[in-house]
Every structure is written in structure tokens, then in C-alpha cells.
Design a protein around this ligand. Sequence first.
Ligand code: IVH
Length: 705
Amino acid sequence: MVRQRIEELRRALERHNRLYYIDNAPEISDFEFDALMRELLELEAAHPEWADPNSPSVRVGSDLTAEFRTVRHHFPMLSLGNTYSLGELHDFLDRIRRETGREAEVACELKFDGTAISLTYEHGSLLRAVTRGDGTEGDDVTANVRTIRTVPLRLQGEGWPDYFEIRGEILMPYASFDRLNAEREAAGEPLLANPRNAAAGTLKQQSSAVVARRGLDCTLYQIAGDELPFRSHSEALAAARSWGFKVSDKMRICRTTEEVDAFIAHWDTARRELPFPTDGVVVKVDDFALRRQLGFTAKAPKWAVAYKFKAEQALTRLQSIDFQVGRTGAVTPVANLEPVLLAGTTVRRATLHNAEQMAQLDIRPGDCVYVEKGGEIIPKITGVELAARPADSRPFVYIDRCPECGTPLVRYEGEAKHYCPNQGGCRPQIIGRILHFIRRKALDIEGLGEETVELLYDNGLVANASDLYDLRPEQLAPLPRLGEKSAENIVRSIGRSTEAPFHRVLFGLGIRFVGETTAKYLAAHFRTLDAVMAASREELVEADEVGEKIADAIVDYFADAGNRRIVERLRTAGLRFEAEAREQASDALAGKSFVISGKFLNHSRDELKELIERHGGRNLAAVSGNVDFLVAGDNMGPAKLKKAEKLGIRILTEEEFAALLDRGTRADAPPAAADRTAHPAHPAPSGKPSEETAAGEAPRQGELF
Ligand code: IVH
């Protein structure tokens, strides 16, 4: 009975999902849909024995951490030749006519601007979803893709092959993208540059519940499989549509060059009205027999080409140029433009990057300039309309003094920007550093925004981050826009910030090049601020992900007496200068000493060291008679290895070490499953191909090609 009801609900939800998301023809209300979904979720929770990875309930996602296994594509995912020139596109069409001796029909499709995906179906159920990766192997993102409403989990209709792959694009519609960026802005997080990056980033999210909320879409444009029962691409896509896939209805079969040109001309402007991003048109030979005749080059089919649209441009007047000084003293020229509509938004400002770029384009105030929106959020100026230049125009002379404090600007070797070196006395730098210190990912001090920090600075109450901890409510309350209540709230949230973990304090100091991730690595490696301060350049580069440039910046920062004074006052204020004690996971390695050397596939050196300590072992820096094990990775020095061999130290590979730990912890009870979560945010392990597949024979090409 219950089992039957579960099946019934799954079928009904699948059907309503399709009617809503694919056919745009819902038959029931959202409310009714939610009620059915809730009933299914409850029944499934009560009957885990009838779980199904393709149940429509997986659309809501889960908070379990996704691991992205590397999977080899059954049929390689090739790329396409592309061109920005109609002339080259015509050459392509001519070549096809020549080689096939016919007026071959071509399918013209939109080129969707997202991230490529390959879906594998077996017996009509979604088995796997894999990213393009390098074309030969990609990441298994099945759990995340299952949450995308337009990806059918089970096929409808009939005639689908027992096993096939279907390829397409995962897209983030503009509406989802705008919503996501609005949320990020509200949370003080950096904005995503464009829907393409947002789609790719979302697919790699650790939690499929997050993916489910992001509103991704999936459009399919190619089937690959052995012995597919179709004669042409258009026939294959029609079948895919009948099986429940979302297939674009914008595709047109064209017989002549003129028809292809007309398709392109139409979509070059009409695409602005589409709810998702496109960046060109793909032209493909429709007939499969002709495709086979045309064949492939080393990396792309000879029967298809992508024509890319030029980025949208607008012409407007450059009214004036401002110079912004950032917290590091870097000066950025910014253009004030006569407002102009570009790719859906009104543009008023654009970056001019630096003096060199401006000189190269010979940009002058009063010029008519071309603005373009590239992959970045901020539009840029790409050229000057010289014909429209006023007769009295003079070359622009770049500033040589800080627009804020008048200090002569300097250039550092290898840096394109000018810098104001007056760190201690230049207002935007001082305020910028304080704002950095209080930001969410640093000390996370609520109630203090840019305006308030400016107010505090201008009233002589703070000149650096450590001054914040001396503030008293009665000093704040009389300031404009504040009052007693917010004064107390601010002081309270400053007090709470002393609880922030050490790595966030380290990040908050604003040392050049020490971002959030580097701060985590430094904290994991050195454990205390005193150890970071005492470390030499050579010792600093020992930490994961710390290179010479970062090491120099750290040494420079602590060499400055003013910075050291700030640090000491922060210490007195009670900020955390020490990483939290590592939780002991087991005694599996108690009494054993290790040396870690070389590079490893699955762990960083610091991760291995942390594992050793958390399981009761000891890390030693050098090979000596006191060492029990040497865990040896790639590129380790031959002298070390030799010495270890001579001393009779056991040498372990990374896998052998993992096995040793595994054996130890199993004998020792508490499971080691917590290892991953306890570590600083490392990029998700992508896994490595198994040896059989990595060395395997060349992948087959789908029968289609
Ligand atoms: S066909 C072997 N069709 O563009 C050719 N690709 O530049 C398979 N793309 O990797 C691709 N829209 O991610 C094809 N209608 C479309 C497309 C499309 C977007 C992407 C795809 C591909 C890239 C090549």
C-alpha cells in the first residue's frame, strides 16, 4: 500500500515537474505540488528501504558533502572551432559543400553561455552527470545535477537506447543570477562576475541543497551513444524532446548561406530579450551520414563551427576621471560617463585600470569612448572614437600625487598601478584597512559600516583597528546618526569580535596578498601569531600555498614598528592569537614520529601533519635516528631518502600512510571520518582517475560521429 503510494507520488511529481518546467503548462498549483512533495518526503523518510536516487524528492537537495569523483567520459567531449568572422563562417559552409558535393542542410542553434554537462542514462534513468573537465575526464556532479528541475530523472515516452549520453549546457538564467548577487551583496560577499561563472561555481558546491536553491537550468543539444536509431541531428533532438529533455525550440534547419546569415543577424539582437545568456550561434551539419564523411580534426568535429557574437558595446562621452585610492594605496583611475544603456543596465562608471592602459588608448576627458561589458562586473573602456575628438583636446597627463593626501605617488617593480606610499596618513587607506578588519570574513563586527567608520575616523576616535577596542558608548552616542542604542550595540559587537578564530584575525590584519585562504593555511601551519611573526622568509614558504611574494609581504608587515604596536594592542584587547587546540581523534599513532617530505596527490603536507598530530603522532622536521616513518611524496630530495634508507627508517607512500592510519584507527575505535571537516577549507578533493582508466585505451567515439 505505502509502497504503491510512494510510486504513485513519484510518477505524479515527475509529470507535474515536467509540465511546469519543460512544457510551461502546469496543471496544478504550486501549493498542490508542495503538498504532494511533502507527502512523498514523509513516506520516504519513514521507509528508507524504498529509497531511490532518482526520486523527484532529490530535487530539494541535501546537505551531505558532495565529493567529486573524476570520471572518464565514455565518448570524449570535444570542443568546437570558433570564429568571430562571417567570412570564416562562409568558408566553413563552402568547404562542406565542396567535400560532400551537396547543399548540405545545417542546423543553426544558439550557443548557450553556461557550462557543459554530459548526462548518462541507463534503462531510462539518470545514472551520472559529469562536467566537461579536460574533455576526456570530468567531475561527477550527479547529486547536484539531480536538483535541476529541467533534468529528467526518469525518461518518458519510448525508443530511448538502453545506454546513452546526452550533452548540453547548464545555465544560470539572468533572474537567478541577479537574485544570487543581490543576496551576496546583502551578505557582504564578493559578487559573481557573470552567469557562466556562477553556473560553473554552483555545480561545484559541496551541498546540493544550495544548488537546489540557485535556480539552474539545463538545455540539451547533442546525443552520443552506440548505434543510435537516428539519421539526423534534428531527428535525434526531436526524440530527446519527446523523452522529456529540455531542447531549445530556437533551432532552425538552413539550406543556404543567406538563411544562416539571417539566423545570426536575428539572434545577434533578439538574444537580448532571452532570459538566459548566449554568446553565439553553433552551425552543425544535420545529416549523420555526412558528418561521418566529414570526420574530425584532433580536437573538434569538422562538421560544426561556433560563430561568436561580439561583446555588446556602447558609445558615450567620458565626462571626467576620478582616482580611487584603495586600502593598499593602489590608485585606480575611474571614468565618469554620460549614462548609457548597455546589455540591460545603465552604465555610469567604468574602470580605466592604470596609467599605462590609458596612455595606450590615448584616452582624454571629453572623448567619445566605447564601453564594453566583458566577463567582469565593472564595464571597461575599450577604445576612443577619434573622429569625434574635440579640436582643442590635449593628451591626458596622469597624476603624480595622491588625490587624497598629496603625497608623491610611486611605482613598484612589476606592478602596473601607481601607489600612494603614505600608509599611516592617507585617509582612504586608513579607513579601508579598518573596513577590511571589520568585514564579515575577518572580525565580523556588525553595526559598523563605511559611513560610521568614516565618522569615527573624522572625529578622531579611531585611526587603526586596535583603537576600536578602546571605544566607549558615551563617546559614540553624541555622534550624528548614532545615539545611545546603536552606540551600545556597536561596542557590544566589537567586544564579541574577540571570539573570532585566529585565522580570521590574521586575515583581518590586512597583510598584502594574505587572503582568507592563505590566512587559514598560515594558522594551520604556525598555530600562533607569535610563530608567524618570528618566522623567517624561508620558514614561511614551508607553509602550504605560501610563496615568496606572500612571505615577503608578511616579513615586511611585521618589520613595521607601527604594525607591531597595533598587533600588541589587539593582543591586550584579548583577540585570539592562537589556533584552537586540535581535537584528538585517536591514539593510533601514539609514540610514533614522522617526517613528511615531497608533494602528495590527495593531501597537502600540512594536512598530513595535522592528521598525524590528531592521531597522537609527532612530526619532526629532519630525518634522524628518532624518526620512525618517512612519508615520501613526489619530488622529495634524494639525499633525504638516502639518509632514511641508511637509518633503516620505514618509508611510506601516501596510500601506505593512509592504510596505516586506517588500520590503527579501526583497532582504536573512534572513526576517522571527522578528519576532513576539521581541516581548513581546502579545495574539494577532486579525486584521481583509477589506474585502469587513466592508462586505458583511447575513448570510443559515439557511433553518431
Ligand atoms: S555542440 C562536438 N551546441 O560551446 C560539439 N555546443 O565552444 C559539441 N555550447 O563545449 C558541442 N551551446 O559547451 C554545441 N548549441 C550548442 C552549444 C554548445 C553552447 C558550448 C559547449 C561546447 C562549447 C564549444
